[in-house]
Each structure stands twice: as C-alpha cells, then as structure tokens.
Design a protein around this ligand. Structure first.
Ligand code: WTA
Length: 636
C-alpha cells in the first residue's frame, strides 16, 4: 500500500494560505467575522508578549452563537443525539437545547450567580453537561468542568482554586454497567468550603443521596422558571472557562480560555478539518471533562448548527462493537476518536466492524497522542474503507483548538500515515533546537509556536507568573509546547510525544510530579520517581519507583495496595501505575537529578547503552553503577 493518501475534499485554496502567511492578523480578523458579534472590535490583536488580546472591544456570547443564531432555520434540527450506556437515548433539537439553557441560566441567576462568577461542573456525559456549560456562558459565568473520573481530593483542589459558588453534579453516572456515585464525592470534596453556596443535583441513576440545605434538585429548580433569558453581551476576552490540566510541576494548572478568539479558532478549524455540512452527523468520542470535549463536542459543532452524537459510557461496553453499533444506528458521517481507542478496536479484529454498516462515514479523525502508522492504515482500510481522509489533529488544552491537521474542508493534500501534515493557516509553527534555532528537515527538536493564535489560553487562572514560566521562559519569544517533533522534507510535522515530565496514558494527561508528591505523602515512603513506558494499547503506562523509609515493617504487597488506593483517592483511577517497584535508592546524577531515562529503560528492558549517553550531567560509569544497583534492589 502506498504511503501517500491523496484524498481531500476541498479545492486547494492557495489564497487562504497566502493571506494567512502574509498577514495572520487580518486573516484571523476575516475568520472572526463569520461569527455573530453584538458589537465589533476596535483592535484585532493587542500582542503584549506573552499576553494576546484578540478582538479587543468586541462583544460576543458563546451560547448565543451556539444556539440563538440557529433558531430561525434549524430550531427543529437535532443538535444532540444522546446515547446512554444502558441503551437509553434522547434527542435534543436546537430549540430544546436553547430552552433548557435559558431556563438553567435563569436558575443560576436566581441562585445569585453573576457575570464573572465561577461554576464547577462534575457531571457524567449527559446532555445536562453541555446545557450547564452553555447556561454559564450565556450569563457570563466562567465554567470549570471536572472530569467525572477524578477523586474528591482532586475536585477539592480545583474548586478551592476556582472559588466556585455553585457545583452542578448528578446523583451518579454509569460506567461499565456500574454506578459511580458523584454527589457523594462532591459532598466529601466541599465539606469545608463555605464559599460554595449551592449544589445542583441531576438525577441520572437510582442512587440514594442525602440532601443538605445547600443542595437543590435540578428538576425542581427547572420546573417553574422562565424560558427566556437574553444572552449577555460579553467582552471578547471574557473568561469562558477554566480547565485544569497536568503540567511538569505541582498541582494541575487552571488553563483559562477567553471567548471571541477561542470561538473564532473553533469555528474555523471545525470547518476546515471536518468539512462540516448541514447533513452531517458528527461523533466525537471524547469526554467533555477534557479539552477535546469542550472544543469539539460542545462549542465547535454547535457553532456550526451541526447534529452530533454524544455517548455516555465506555467505548467497549457492553461489548467491543459499541462504537460501530452507534455509527450504524445514527448514520454517523464524521468519526473523531483517539489512537488508544483505535488500538483497542484493532485488537478485536476486522470481523466486528465488518459486520456493521459503516458506509455513512465519509471522514475520520484522531487526537490526543501520536498515531502509529499501522494503526492509521487499519483505520483507513477497515473503518474508512479506503475512501475517507483521516485528520490527525495535534493540539493541547492550552491551544484551545487544532493547530496541526490535514484540512479536507479547505484543501487537498496527500496524507502520510502518522503525520498531522501541516499547521493550519494563520499559525507559525517550527521545530527548533535548545537555542530556538530552526532545525533542518528530519531533525528531532522541540515544537514551538511563533505567533499568537486566537484559541491561545489567556493565562493560568490567577497565576500570570506561572503562565510565563511554563510556556514562555524556555524561549523568550516562542510558545513552548513541551512536545518533540520532526518536520520532514515536505514540511509535514511528525509529533513524537512529550519532551517533559507529562505523561499521556490512554490519551489522558498526567503529571509525574503530581503523582510523585501523592506517593511520597504516604507515611512509609521516603522518595519516589514516576515515569511512563510504552504500551501497545494505551500508548504509555505509568511505572513508579519507590524508596521506603528505614524501619518500615509492612510487606511490599500491602504497601502496593495502600499506594494504589491512595492514588485513586488523591487523584483518580486514571493515574494508577501499572507497576510499582520498591528500590533501595533512586539513581541520581551528581547534581542530584533523578535519572529518569534510566528508570524508563530499566522498566521497559531497554539496553543500558542507549541511555548512558543521554542522562544530563552523569558519567557513563555512574549510570552503569546506578543501573546495576537498581536492578539488584528492584522488588515488585
Ligand atoms: C499530545 C489534547 C500526537 C501532545 C487535545 C500534546 C498529540 C498533548 C496529538 C496535549 C496528535 C495531542 N499527535 N500527539 N494528533 N494530539 N497530542 O492537553 O503530546 O490533553 O502536547 O490536549 O497531547 O494533551 P491535552
């Protein structure tokens, strides 16, 4: 099979590319005009590095652009085709969604929520989640969605940091047939927080819950409330949401996104990458708790008045055909998922997808991790039947939307399995060395972004300094992505994973520092180092090395159990290590830095020779000695 797939749907649009290259500010200004603004901006970009202000002075509302603008033509069109894990289904038209959002916006107002207040959402994948997000944005409240797999302790940190006045949750949610108790977890998280004034509880399961004075039931609140709530004209820079994500140090950081620039970025990229048409049925499998769900389940499809499928549960529940079943049932035309999901589906063999009618699909997408070329080819052949382009979209929580992707809705270019092809128009991306110098073709380096782009984060919530330090200090004038990449001779980008201590486990972002600090807070632990090693399905899995305090009497079996349960309680099940090794000491360089690459090599049975030259500041003999010592002392 050839390695180039010359499939595209659009006409090669050199004009768009040329304008974007010559004047990216005017280019984005033209894109912004495709949205509905209450008043125009005075200045397209105010760039005071590293703070970018897009469409300064313009007034806009996200909920208005997602809902009100469609009421004249599409009020009866389905917006969300919701499929519950247990087989239930619901259809919400653009009118239904509009009414629900306005009602909830009135409820929030009646509970004292004002423009600028924060509201935390801890909900399963049910329509009430997008309804809540849009109700917040309608009145200018900033939402903070927390993935419903996070623990009470993780929620506590996030609610404390954002000082949310209201938490919206559900009694429980379904996951692999069991009920996850969400309200109980919220109760635990907020028990000491007087600043949380109310909790709104949706009923999703039959789980028993205990109500306190602060708790209000969603259904009761929505009963006698007006269906009209005008969308608030908000500054383009008004904070639309905070989304906490893991970095290299400390606790998760609150990535803050604005309104006008973010919506412009989503509106453009959704059209270019997915070539969206009125007749499409879009299905993105991401959970709304992560950025892909925020951008490409909630905001982008609704800005375009598209119909989308939203699925509540695990992708392989109750059986590994669930996704194919949903695609067949709803005649999905565009399917957007992760390499981890694809690797899992691929393992189940071709017979399963082949036994479903997938002929409605015309375009495929992937996101979140590098996709192996053989998985790409499988996706292309078995799911796309060799007729659908695959958009491999590279981006981050911080970038708001896609930055590197094939764009079948804009231009036709040959695809190469495993490459996201080229940057979208209007952004300048390079692969550079340690000094910020552009590297020649096919040389591995760091991916940087040289100009501001509209979906760019505004800052980190309440911490401008950390924002500068994290993204704008390695290079003075470039945004540092934390990813390794290569640019090939055709100008195509190949993403090679993280260059820092952030892990990507099944596409989920996990910080090693966060995990290490959780492990060392265990009473019997003296020191710990965490790393990721390659995994056939999940891309990477977590391995932890632990040095115990002297005089610890407990068995390693018991300690392993305790540590795993601690991680689940402090962070959530997604951060559970695959293996914990108890060692007598951690290998360190003379300057005291943990030799992480050595740990990685040991855990994945690599050869010592491959790493001995890589470890900063360590002599070869030092690495060898550390390697031998570690191997000797390693006990599972
Ligand atoms: C990785 C997810 C290769 C990358 C949208 C990035 C990818 C991190 C791709 C951000 C891709 C995302 N190919 N790697 N197509 N998309 N990544 O914030 O390492 O959860 O830095 O955003 O995912 O993860 P985040």
């Amino acid at each position: 099979m050839p390695d180039l797939y010359d499939i595209g749907l659009g006409n090669f649009d050199t004009e768009t590319r040329q304008l974007a290259n010559s004047d990216y500010v005017s280019f984005w200004e033209n894109q912004a005009k495709k949205l509905v603004w209450f008043s125009p901006w005075d200045k397209t970009l105010d760039w005071n590095p590293p703070f970018a202000k897009w469409f300064v002075g313009g007034k806009i509302n996200a909920s208005y652009n997602a809902l009100d603008v469609h009421q004249a033509q599409k009020s009866e069109k389905p917006a969300i085709l919701w499929e519950g894990e247990n087989g239930e289904s619901r259809i919400l038209t653009y009118k239904d969604l509009w009414i629900q959002v306005q009602k909830l916006a009135n409820v929030l107002k009646s509970l004292g929520i004002k423009k600028g207040d924060r509201v935390t959402l801890y909900l399963p994948m049910i329509p009430e989640l997008p309804i809540s997000m849009l109700a917040c944005s309608r009145i200018g409240a900033t939402h903070s969605v927390i993935f419903s797999g996070f623990s009470a302790s993780s929620i506590r940190d996030r609610i404390y940091d954002s000082k949310s006045k209201i938490v919206i949750t559900a009694d429980g949610g379904y996951r692999r047939g069991s009920v996850v108790k969400l309200k109980e977890t919220v109760d635990d998280a907020i028990k000491d927080f007087d600043f949380v004034e109310n909790t709104i509880v949706c009923k999703r399961t039959k789980t028993e819950i205990t109500l306190t004075d602060k708790d209000k039931m969603w259904d009761d609140l929505m009963e006698n409330v007006s269906e009209k709530c005008e969308a608030e004209p908000l500054d383009s820079l008004h904070p639309l949401y905070i989304l906490y994500t893991s970095g290299t140090t400390g606790k998760p950081k609150g990535v803050l996104h604005g309104t006008g620039g973010y919506l412009t970025h989503l509106h453009s990229t959704f059209k270019w990458a997915f070539d969206i048409k009125n007749s499409d049925v879009f299905f993105c499998t991401a959970d709304i708790g992560w950025v892909t769900g925020h951008s490409y389940v909630v905001y982008a499809p609704l800005l375009h008045g598209a119909t989308e499928v939203m699925y509540e549960g695990a992708p392989d529940f109750p059986n590994p055909s669930r996704m194919w079943d949903i695609i067949q049932k709803y005649h999905v035309t565009i399917f957007y998922t992760t390499p981890t999901a694809l690797r899992m589906f691929m393992k189940f063999g071709d017979a399963l997808p082949n036994s479903f009618d997938l002929s409605s699909i015309r375009l495929l997408g992937t996101v979140g991790e590098p996709i192996n070329p053989e998985v790409w080819r499988w996706y292309y052949r078995t799911i796309g039947k060799e007729k659908c382009p695959i958009v491999d979209t590279w981006w981050q929580t911080e970038t708001g939307g896609m930055l590197i992707s094939p764009l079948p809705g804009l231009e036709t270019i040959p695809l190469k399995p495993g490459s996201g092809t080229r940057p979208i128009p209007g952004v300048s991306i390079s692969v550079v060395d340690e000094n910020g110098i552009d590297l020649p073709a096919n040389t591995k380096g760091y991916l940087v972004i040289k100009n501001p782009w509209p979906g760019m984060l505004l800052t980190l919530w309440g911490d401008d300094k950390k924002y500068k330090d994290t993204y704008w200090s390695k290079y003075a004038n470039f945004y540092y992505s934390g990813d390794y990449a290569i640019k090939d001779e055709d100008g195509y980008f190949w993403l090679l994973g993280r260059a820092d201590d952030v892990l990507k486990v099944a596409g989920h972002r996990i910080g090693t520092a966060e995990l290490e600090s959780c492990i060392v807070s265990h009473h019997d632990v003296a020191e710990s180092a965490v790393c990721g090693i390659p995994d056939e399905v999940k891309g990477e899995v977590i391995i932890a090395f632990v040095v115990l305090k002297e005089n610890t009497q407990k068995s390693s079996e018991l300690l392993e159990k305790e540590l795993i349960s601690k991680i689940r309680v402090d962070i959530g099940a997604i951060a559970t290590p695959k293996q914990i090794y108890f060692v007598s000491k951690l290998p360190k360089t003379r300057s005291g830095k943990i030799m992480r690459r050595l740990l990685k090599a040991i855990a994945s049975n690599d050869k010592i020779g491959d790493v001995s030259t890589l470890e900063d500041g360590a002599a070869v003999t030092e690495v060898q000695t550390a390697f031998e010592e570690l191997q000797k002392s390693m006990k599972k």
